[in-house]
Design a protein around this ligand. Structure first.
Ligand code: FES
Ligand code: FES
Length: 170
């Protein structure tokens, strides 16, 4: 099949790629740009492991055609760091054990990034509702909720990156 040139803006960088019109965004990110943080966890759009932000909105990269994303701003887990430092939610995941095997984590982080950007102080119910689009097969949901609450608190206090909110380890 013939390839077409498509300009994709990913993590604030513009990439001109020769791709086939049928290529999915997930495969293009992983195989053409070596951005392997976004995962393929299912075959039926149900796991959310491939979640990326497209113009700030969480979308499943396994269902989107890469060519349809031309002119849009794509953010993957690799683009979540802020000025070279972990974002509050990434740090909180580490502090609170939000990731177990870690396979689902990039997708969850992207969903949470959108949640915190649109609802800076989400209720427990709002957090649960947002996370319902992602699946964790290790089922460590309670640590994730704690991590999200810690990230909300850190962002509220402007303490992202501060050790103060981390649980003590004995
Ligand atoms: S890989 Fe499971 S929803 Fe995309
Ligand atoms: S941490 Fe293993 S699938 Fe979620």
């Amino acid at each position: 099949m013939t390839k077409q040139l498509v300009a994709l803006r990913v993590n604030r960088r513009l990439h001109e790629l020769a791709i086939e019109s049928s290529w999915l965004l997930l495969d293009t990110l992983r195989e053409q740009l070596q951005l392997t943080g976004s995962k393929r966890g299912c075959d039926d759009s149900s796991c959310g492991a491939c979640t990326v932000l497209v113009d700030g909105i969480p979308m499943l990269a396994c269902t989107l055609l890469a060519a349809s994303c031309e002119g849009r701003e794509i953010t993957t887990i690799e683009g979540v760091t802020e000025h070279g430092a972990l974002a509050a939610i990434q740090k909180a995941y580490g502090d609170w054990g939000g990731a177990q095997c870690g396979f689902c984590t990039p997708g969850f982080i992207m969903t949470v990034k959108h949640l915190l950007a649109t609802t800076p102080k989400p209720s427990e119910e709002k957090i649960r509702e947002a996370l319902s689009s992602n699946l964790c097969r290790c089922t460590g949901y309670s640590q994730m909720y704690e991590a999200i609450k810690a990230a909300v608190e850190a962002e509220q206090k402007g303490l992202a990156g501060d050790e103060k909110n981390a649980p003590s380890r004995t």
